[in-house]
Design a protein around this ligand. Structure first.
Ligand code: NDP
Length: 525
């Protein structure tokens, strides 16, 4: 907090008083929210039990849910309200930080309705049930429909919701209506566009929320604050000062129990067509004139539009695909991808990809962006590495030679949440020696209060109708337009098996990627 003296001092310099700091606890939640009903399709499933309901409960604990609110689970499984509540409670109670103190009062607002996803009658019945709950709780007909179901069901549920009148807003006693779809949004450009058309047959763009929960991580949201709320970084955030940028999302885990999904997806669909592309756009976008959803999403889309197509003769130079073999993780032997349960023994699905992409615009022309993601790598880490250029002329060359290390900025997103900046200083002593030192900011520095998990933020934003952290239809289209030719090339060309390079579990990926990985991985940081 600034004290009065600081403020007075700043008033003199700036000519006006700075805003008083907002106390941390007030940053956690937003103002009053419209009462509403949250309808979760696929409520008998994993996402509902592991992420959605715990997130809603945590919001409740922090006074972050609307008053009143109702949550209705809907799926085919036959269950009573009580069975639904007990199931969710058991799942939540098994989590590390479970706090059941107010579970019962929260759970009193949880209901369950069995539905048949492709039966209009079922939706008409659901509509009647929701109206009754509206009357009981005064939720005013405001509804969020969260599709926590396999993507193959998105079209039919969206269509049925439309036919049953759920997409209407402000008519016949309805309030607002929003639909939330989880990733993946399509398998390629065509399927994403088809899904979009289906959604748009019933819902308008402002009603559609395409989730990428990665975007709601505090450290990802912080990228824009870091870049645009400080005057000192933006002037050097360009091709004149930056040599290259790395965006890394590495995992130690293998495919675990998700082989069925992963065998259809692979690393490009799983990680690039969502998290990697979003982080790229936040790192590279131009400042919008206002921090407002449409303008921010427009600037992000411009980054995708400026990406130089990554295909043709030069593809090998710019794309490395790999698949993990056996190796050592945390001192224990682990199986290779093809030996994992549920994976084909001749699978050609990539578990590692490195792309070197270029953004063809004034700011970034010629600056390589290395995007790397993979499973069973040496370390779990999500980070952005901004490597600055060396000094243009070294007056110290007679002392240190030409090899003065250039500055490096790291925005670490997960599991560490920190920002580090490395620069050169002099070693104490009579002789002239240089040493690199690091300014190190940890995201929770000076903050010990509660924070919002990504799913909490995402659900809160849906309830508020704020689309800032969600994919726009244009963004989805442009991002798939860039990635689909790469996928087609990889999936149709005869030498695909040869292109897919093996790597040991616990390493930093295939041999061919090492020359680039060396630029990005800094073992000490
Ligand atoms: P589940 O596989 O657990 O499916 C959710 C529910 O959908 C099931 O309980 C089942 O309910 C119904 N369902 C499943 N398969 C079918 C089918 N073939 N036909 C009809 N109904 C079916 O999915 P998740 O909960 O894991 O994920 C939901 C969505 O969220 C998916 O799109 C997934 O990609 C996405 N997602 C999931 C994450 C996670 O951590 N789980 C993370 C990020 C995204 P019932 O039989 O009762 O109708």
């Amino acid at each position: 907090m600034l004290d009065d003296k600081d403020r007075e001092q700043m008033t003199r310099v700036e000519g006006k008083a700075p805003p008083v700091d907002i106390p941390a606890e007030e940053c956690l939640t937003v103002g009053p929210l419209d009462p509403c009903t949250i309808v979760i399709f696929g409520a008998s499933g994993d996402l509902t039990a592991r992420k959605l309901v715990p997130a809603l409960y945590n919001l409740y604990l922090n006074d972050g849910l609307p008053k009143p609110f109702v949550i209705v689970g809907a799926s085919r499984t036959s269950m009573s309200h009580e069975e639904f509540r007990e199931r969710l409670k058991a799942s939540y109670a098994a989590t590390e930080k479970a706090d059941l103190a107010r579970w019962e009062e929260f759970a009193a607002n949880l209901y369950y309705q069995s539905v048949v996803y492709d039966s209009l009658d079922s939706y008409v019945e659901l509509a009647g049930y929701l109206r009754k709950l509206d009357e009981k709780y005064h939720t005013r007909g405001n509804r969020v429909f969260d599709l926590a179901v396999p993507p193959s069901l998105y079209p039919v549920i969206a269509e049925m919701l439309g036919k049953a009148g759920f997409a209407q807003e402000g008519e016949n006693g309805t309030g607002w209506s929003r639909i939330v779809v989880e990733k993946p949004f399509g398998r390629d450009l065509q399927s994403a566009m088809e899904l979009d058309q289906t959604l748009h047959r019933s819902f308008q763009e402002h009603q559609i929320f395409r989730i990428d929960h990665y975007l709601a991580k505090e450290t990802v949201q912080n990228i824009l604050m870091f870049r645009f709320a400080n005057a000192i970084f933006e002037p050097i955030w360009n091709r004149s000062y930056i040599a290259y940028v790395g965006i890394i999302a590495s995992e130690k885990l293998g495919v675990e129990n998700r082989a069925g999904y992963y065998e259809q997806a692979g690393v490009i669909r799983d990680m690039f067509q969502n998290h990697m592309m979003q982080v790229l756009s936040l790192t590279a976008m131009e400042p919008p004139s206002l921090f407002e959803a449409d303008r921010v999403r427009e600037e992000k889309a411009k980054v995708f539009r400026s990406l130089k197509p990554l295909k043709g003769d030069k593809q090998e130079d710019n794309l490395i695909l790999g698949q993990y073999g056996p190796g050592i993780i945390n001192g224990s032997e682990v199986a290779g991808y093809r030996e994992e349960p549920g994976v084909s023994s001749s699978s050609l699905i990539p578990t590692f990809a490195m792309m070197r992409v270029f953004i063809d615009n004034w700011r970034w022309r010629g600056v390589p962006f290395y995007l790397v993601s993979g499973k069973r790598l040496a370390r779990k880490s999500t980070r952005i590495v901004v490597q600055f250029k060396r000094v243009p002329h070294s007056m110290f060359r007679n002392v240190f030679g030409d090899e003065i290390l250039a500055n490096r900025l790291i925005l670490a997103i997960y599991p560490e949440e920190r920002i580090t900046l490395t620069f050169q200083t002099k070693y104490p002593g009579a002789r002239n020696c240089l040493r690199p030192v690091t300014l190190d900011f940890s995201y929770d520095q000076n903050y010990s209060g509660p924070s919002l998990e990504a799913y909490e933020k995402v659900l809160l934003d849906c309830i508020q109708g704020d689309q800032m952290l969600f994919w726009s239809n244009n963004g989805v289209k442009l991002s798939w337009s860039f990635l689909t030719p790469i996928l087609q090339d990889c999936e149709t060309c005869g030498d695909r098996g040869a292109r897919l390079q093996p790597y040991d579990s616990g390493s930093w990926g295939p041999e061919a990627a090492q020359k680039w990985m060396k630029l990005l991985i800094d073992e000490e940081q």
